[in-house]
Design a binder for this molecule. Structure first.
Ligand code: NAP
Length: 502
């Protein structure tokens, strides 16, 4: 293990939470947690936990299950409500840790933390709304109804790009639903994961009910997905990993929810408010360094206004201040790590080779102080053809493709012409086109005259096509994934029946 260049006051080696105790991983292998804006800053040491750690966590979760499922759902919700209060009290601390660990600007981090608080608040209330329904019976003196019950031990596997909010929108409904949870965060964001689990624990989640196991997907993730006591997996991440997990889950007949990549279009029609469309595109494409599943990665613009749109957008992009997200004047941070930055640079090369017109950016920022981090200049390609790889594949960085089209029908066809289906957006005031777009666009979320990004805690979130399988996250639908429905028939006739249901 490499020595720490700059030891932090916080725990230098992150620990797992198993059976209510913070314990050192059984592994001797580790990697360093680096600040992507300044890689000379070592935030901590990330243990690459083992199957043995997973086994201990799953056993504890199984043992805790009985007591937790018997805890009344409103009480489970109250613990989550307390976590919301504790996160509120620590919001600045968590936001700064998030910026140092993941790279997004501190105002973006605070936005993520505030959204997480909303998610916890909303999910806490689900403890009082965990309802089935009563239904009429075909027979006299029969009472039929449904109840929602926990699944058992649930694995939550999350990516690095929203390391506070995504775990909250999975862990909170899982707990309120009466499940016990093993949380495996990305190895790139163990610090924020630790803070979050600290908060849940302090809020009163009993030992074993929530465990944290830090380690690689290949070891910890796989051990969880394959463990016979794990009854459901909620995964957010790449298509490559998600589709493999989905197959494995299907073979074991367990519930699997996968939210994966996006290639989100923002369509601009002739009558659009151009200033608004430009600002939304800039924020959607370069906010969070383009590292959002809902990031705007394709601006699909009708030819008649495309020159004006691109010129205004270029002016806006030139104003984006790139740098360390802790500096409040910075608008865009770095890529999360070297590998992600290299992926982005590789796609920029592909765009050039494919013949797209590079209008700005297109390179790594290497002069001091950028040389200490993974910074890529905000990049815009114009005259991108819909079939080009940069228009088809998820880049997950600050790269926007402008695709010029003749009219609305072509825009809709181009917008739908990718394998992904997470979010989309349309800029126009033409009501007939708005409703046709809402009807025909193949995405799980769509926006009219607002950016492709963003979502609210009480509204369902998720994608279609290659982006998502399983039930929607957030909103009321969240509880559908984390509970099993049981149908109950009660005969209170008091006499022997001669006819039975077929
Ligand atoms: P990733 O590489 O697929 O990793 C996601 C999680 O899966 C990480 O915790 C990872 O662990 C783990 N993992 C890796 N291999 C595994 C395996 N064999 N078995 C079980 N788990 C395994 O994705 P990422 O790079 O972290 O995140 C970026 C992706 O997430 C993008 O594609 C983005 O679009 C997507 N995303 C989607 C949404 C949505 O709601 N649709 C939201 C946010 C992000 P380690 O990396 O620690 O090894």
């Amino acid at each position: 293990m490499e020595p720490l260049a700059k030891p932090q006051a916080r725990a230098e080696t992150y620990r797992n939470l198993i059976n209510g105790r913070w314990v050192t991983s059984s592994s001797t292998r580790s990697v360093r947690n680096l600040n992507p804006a300044d890689t000379t800053e070592v935030l901590g040491v990330v243990p690459l936990s083992t199957g043995q750690d997973v086994e201990a966590a799953v056993r504890a979760a199984q043992e805790a299950l009985e007591g937790w499922r018997e805890t009344p759902a409103p009480q489970r919700g109250q613990i989550v409500a307390r976590a919301a209060q504790l996160l509120t009290a620590r919001k600045e601390e968590v936001a700064r840790a998030l910026t140092r660990e993941e790279g997004k600007t501190v105002s973006e981090s605070l936005g993520e933390v505030l959204k997480s608080i909303n998610v916890l608040d909303y999910m806490a209330g689900e403890g009082r709304r965990l309802a089935g329904e009563t239904l009429p019976s075909e027979l006299t003196n029969n009472f039929c109804y449904t109840i929602r019950q926990p699944l058992g031990v649930v694995a939550v596997i999350t990516p690095w790009n929203f390391p506070v909010c995504i775990p909250c929108w999975k862990i909170a409904p899982a707990l309120v639903g009466g499940n016990t949870v093993i949380f495996k965060p990305s190895t790139l964001t163990p610090w924020t994961a630790t803070l979050l689990v600290e908060i849940f624990t302090e809020a009163g989640v009993p030992p074993g009910v929530l465990s944290l196991v830090i380690g690689s997907g290949g070891t910890v993730g796989e051990a969880l997905v394959n463990h016979p006591l794990v009854r459901a997996v909620s995964f957010t991440g790449s298509n490559e990993i998600g589709s493999e997990l989905y197959h494995r889950g299907a073979r074991r007949q367990i519930k699997v929810q996968c939210e994966m990549g996006g290639k989100n279009p923002l369509v601009v029609l002739e009558d659009a408010d151009l200033e608004l469309a430009v600002e939304s595109t800039a924020q959607g494409a370069f906010g969070s360094t383009g590292q959002r599943c809902t990031a705007t990665s394709r601006a699909v613009v009708v030819e008649s206004i495309a020159n004006r749109f691109v010129d205004a957008l270029l002016q806006r992009i030139r104003k984006i201040r790139v740098g360390n997200g802790l500096d409040k004047s910075v608008e865009m941070g770095p890529s999360v790590d070297k590998s992600q930055m290299e992926t982005v640079l590789r796609y920029i090369d592909i765009g050039k080779e494919e013949g797209a017109q590079l209008r700005c950016g297109g390179h790594r920022l290497e002069d001091p102080p950028y040389d200490r981090g993974y910074f890529v200049a905000p990049t815009l390609f114009d005259y991108v053809q819909p079939s080009m790889r940069i228009a088809q594949e998820e880049i997950f960085g600050p790269v926007l493709s402008v695709i010029r089209v003749r009219d609305f029908d072509e825009a809709l066809a181009v917008a739908n012409g990718v394998k992904y289906g997470l979010s989309s957006s349309l800029y126009t005031n033409d009501a007939s086109k708005i409703f046709k777009f809402i009807e025909r666009i193949e995405t799980g979320v769509t926006h009219v005259n607002s950016p492709t990004t963003g979502g609210e805690a009480h509204l369902p979130f998720g994608g279609v096509k290659a982006t998502g399988v399983g039930l929607r996250e957030m909103g009321r639908t969240a509880m559908e994934f984390y509970t099993e429905l049981k149908t109950v028939y009660i005969d209170y006739t008091g006499q022997k029946r001669t006819t039975f249901l077929y």
